[in-house]
Design a protein around this ligand. Structure first.
Ligand code: ATP
Ligand code: ZN
Length: 287
């Protein structure tokens, strides 16, 4: 048996860390994390974790120092490293947006024509403005971008926003979205066959965890006369299972429904005569 490990870089501490570690733990991968630990080898899956600053992750994956990485799409697209995006992970969602002082009148993007914009994301900002036919000057700074307008460094900023609270407390307002981001799993472009097969096992587990998160297990009771109507409403993986209850003429139906149309289906089920509806979380869903 070979003892090759795939090596994955994750953020040591920050807005990607907790959800990254949680995802791999939900995939059943055991490893130590936290404290001053910079690397950790799993005891039950052929994977080694490196805990790094997020900005270094795309470069390490491009160079092959790490085979895989978890990184915000914003950082990846800004740095333009040559790596493969394996899949979107659905957490650390945020947006890169243009903002200006709150008391300024904003009409449209032409507002930025000829203006100075402070940002840590000059490439994404320039690409966006160029695609809209606006020529502005970006001024790259690495942090505390929100204070740039009040100290006279720039007329506007382009920065990461999730709720808008930070902008508000700095007297700014969001006027245009430049880029939507979330965490993604990336991989080196030339993995060995052995590492590719480890990656396949890993993505299979991630897919199962993600499907579970997007679905609910529904159990309900129904009278025989309402069964057809109710079954027609339940999509399920196959058709719903139907279990006769002790009381004659009554059945219990079990099915899986998607989070997206959850409330609509529940309402229609009640109208069709479903009773005692139970909704349960699904931990994993294997196809
Ligand atoms: P490091 O010390 O590793 O360099 P950092 O300070 O550069 O960390 P964080 O603030 O931890 O980075 O953000 C990491 C990533 O999380 C961002 O690049 C972005 O993709 C995402 N992110 C940033 N702000 C938010 C937010 N408010 N909500 C959700 N996700 C966010
Ligand atoms: Zn960083």
């Amino acid at each position: 048996m070979s003892n090759t490990n795939i090596r994955i870089a994750v953020q040591k501490s920050g807005r990607l860390s907790d959800d990254s570690l949680k995802l791999f733990k939900e995939c059943g991968i055991k490893f130590e994390s936290g404290g001053s630990k910079l690397r950790s080898i799993s005891s039950n899956f052929p994977i080694e974790f490196l805990f790094l600053r997020d900005d270094d992750i795309p470069g390490y994956v491009e160079d092959g120092v790490a085979d895989l990485g978890v990184i915000g799409l914003n950082v990846l697209e800004e740095n333009r490293k040559d790596v493969e995006i394996v899949k979107e992970l659905g957490f650390s969602k945020c947006r890169l947006s243009l903002a200006i002082p709150r008391n300024e009148v904003y009409t449209d993007l032409s507002y930025f024509e000829g203006k100075n914009i402070a940002t840590s994301y000059p490439n994404l900002t320039n690409t966006f403005l160029k695609s809209k036919g606006v020529s502005a000057h970006t001024h790259e700074i690495s942090g505390s971008v929100e204070i740039a307008p009040s100290i006279g460094l720039a007329e506007g900023i382009c920065d990461i926003v999730s709720t808008g609270g930070t902008l508000l407390s700095n007297g700014l307002k969001e006027v245009a979205e430049v880029f939507k981001s979330q965490a993604v799993l990336i991989s080196n472009k030339s993995l060995t066959a052995e590492k590719t097969s480890i990656l396949d096992k890993l993505t299979f587990r991630i897919d199962s965890v993600q499907r579970g998160q997007n679905a609910k297990y529904v159990v309900l009771n129904a009278e025989e006369k309402n069964l057809d109507k109710i079954i027609a409403l339940l999509p399920g993986m196959k058709s719903p299972s139907r279990v006769p209850l002790a009381e004659k003429g009554w059945y219990s139906l079990h099915s899986v429904i998607s989070e997206n149309d959850f409330w609509e289906i529940i309402e229609s089920l009640r109208e069709a005569g479903a009773q005692g509806i139970l909704v349960l979380p699904i931990e994993k869903m294997i196809l």
